[in-house]
Design a binder for this molecule. Structure first.
Ligand SMILES: [Zn+2]
Length: 303
């Protein structure tokens, strides 16, 4: 018996069935649009007072090291640290190496000429992390002796390191010239700003941005970026993608430094759901963050 026609017929049936599946089963193709946009920490713009808005060190406890200073100047700078500790929630501590604030009284030790534009103190290493500028290092060059009961020059330079710009108000400690009448003060709005900035916990903050997704029948392409907009390096996390509430794919995101961004591009992800309407991206992080809401974005297919 010749089986060829039978096999040929079965083959034809399979082809017809697949074609029918292809044409009549409702797949959808198209682009997704974002329905829930990631939020982020909201803070008022304070660029008037600081070089950039929202400048701060990663933590309210800030380390320092003093080198090549006379006893008088060393005492001045230590009293400046104590003064700031009394007025604000900041804490300063001395370290033998790897300091955040380097204080010197000899101009030959100045490592970075750029910071001198702001006088004799300022941040020397910082990075933009979303709405914040995170200061990693600062430097103070203390040349002049203080003749006031409070070490106004040292406090003025320390405030530059904390990101504060000059003030036009003659009574303000950030006025460019420290007056011999010793009447300049640390204003309450500066104290408030420092306390507001440093009461934000020193957490990392992973945020999903620039998301786009497109579906071509059963295959999904996704582009996204993940940023760490917090005050701490973020350990590894997992990016999970859900389709109509069911997990489609998950990938590991390795640890990210403060201010670091990573772009993620996934293509040809097979989707088993027949009618993919809603797509959700979520960065699962099992560590504290400034904001967990911005780890998640929901997208809906455009009709
Ligand atoms: Zn100055």
């Amino acid at each position: 018996m010749d089986l060829k026609p039978i096999f040929g017929f079965i083959f034809l049936l399979i082809v017809v069935f697949l074609l029918a599946m292809y044409w009549f089963v409702p797949f959808n193709s198209g682009y997704f649009s974002i329905t829930s946009s990631p939020s982020n920490f909201s803070l008022d713009n304070n660029s008037d007072m600081q070089f950039y808005s929202n400048m701060r060190f990663p933590e309210s406890r800030i380390s320092y090291r003093i080198e090549d200073c006379t006893l008088q100047k060393k005492e001045d700078i230590q009293r400046a640290f104590e003064f700031m500790e009394e007025k604000t929630i900041l804490d300063f501590y001395s370290v033998p190496t790897n300091e955040e604030i380097y204080v010197t009284c000899s101009s030959k030790n100045v490592r970075n000429e750029n910071f001198l534009v702001a006088g004799e103190g300022g941040p020397t290493k910082s990075i933009v992390a979303g709405k914040f500028v995170v200061i990693f290092e600062g430097q103070i060059l203390l040349i002049k002796d203080s003749k006031c009961p409070e070490p106004l020059i040292a406090i003025h330079e320390l405030l530059h390191v904390l990101g504060f710009n000059h003030s036009e108000n003659r009574k303000n400690i950030m006025y460019p010239i420290i007056s011999s009448t010793c009447n300049q003060e640390l204003s309450s709005d500066m104290i408030d700003l420092i306390n507001e900035l440093y009461s934000i916990p020193s957490h990392s903050d992973l945020i999903l941005k620039d998301i786009s997704a497109s579906l071509n029948r059963r295959y999904l392409d996704i582009e996204a970026t993940i940023w760490n907009y917090g005050f701490k390096d973020a350990p590894s996390s997992i990016l999970k993608i859900y389709g109509n509430g069911k997990e489609i794919k998950s990938i590991e995101v390795s640890s990210m430094e403060i201010g670091e961004g990573r772009s993620i591009s996934l293509s040809n992800i097979f989707v088993s759901q027949l009618n993919l309407e809603e797509l959700e991206l979520e960065v699962e992080a099992n560590f504290p963050e400034l904001d967990k809401e911005n780890n998640r974005v929901i997208l809906e297919i455009k009709k």
